[in-house]
Write a protein that binds this ligand. Structure first.
Ligand code: GRF
Length: 211
């Protein structure tokens, strides 16, 4: 019995590719479907090239965002997905989705949350002149990048002369390692919410490697 993963994407899909390359078909984990709000996302072509089922769910094709979110949740549910990974999924999922997949959905975000949630996080951090930037992987709740934090990795943007292209490359390099690592930990049952504090996540990293 494999651990069944669904991935939601909107754009390029480099994080999806990292998951395909380092998680899919390994250690009992399988990406069973990839869904997108954007029918033209390059990420969908990456999924299809890997033989993974895709689905297109543009919000404009539904009566409301709520209706689309419900259809998307049913699609993932029918595929018996145990974990949903938002890998560059650029829309906020509403209660119709969260009700079904709370605690079973993670997101990767290019800042050290709770600093700089939402879009343009890298530009905002550079404009603010922060000395620590980074990547966060967190559980998804009904807010914008606001759920319990599972993993973070930081770097000093001065090392990259605060140059946006170099900083973005560094962010992606971290994302492509950190997100698969969290997925492996969840699949191995090593991640749980602290019963004493629902904001806090307990991660048991012993013996779970990077690849
Ligand atoms: C990543 O930087 C991720 O943090 C953000 O959107 C970007 C998606 O990149 N949420 P890609 O589509 O995985 O290449």
């Amino acid at each position: 019995m494999s651990f069944r993963i669904g991935v939601l994407v909107s754009g390029e899909g480099s994080n999806l590719q990292a998951l395909i390359d380092t998680v899919h078909g390994r250690g009992g984990m399988e990406i069973v479907c990839v869904g997108s709000n954007n029918p033209d996302a390059r990420a969908l072509a990456r999924a299809e090239a890997a033989g993974i089922e895709t689905g297109r769910f543009p919000a404009g094709s539904y009566g409301s965002r709520e209706e689309r979110d419900a259809v998307l949740a049913s699609w993932l549910g029918e595929r018996r997905v145990e974990l949903v990974v938002l890998a560059g999924f650029m829309e906020v999922l509403g209660p119709a989705y969260i009700r079904r997949f709370r605690g079973h959905t993670v997101n990767v975000h290019p800042s050290l949350l709770p600093a700089f949630p939402g879009v343009h996080a890298i530009d905002q951090a550079l404009a603010q002149g922060v000395r620590l930037m980074g990547v966060t992987v967190h559980f998804v709740d009904e807010g914008v990048d606001s759920g319990p934090i599972i993993a973070q990795e930081a770097f000093d943007p001065v090392t990259y002369s605060r140059d946006i292209a170099a900083v973005e490359r560094r962010v992606h390099e971290i994302e492509h390692r950190l997100l698969p690592r969290v997925v492996r930990l969840i699949a191995a049952g090593r991640v749980r919410i602290d019963p004493e504090n629902p904001r806090s996540v307990i991660v048991d990293e012993d013996g779970v490697g990077d690849d």
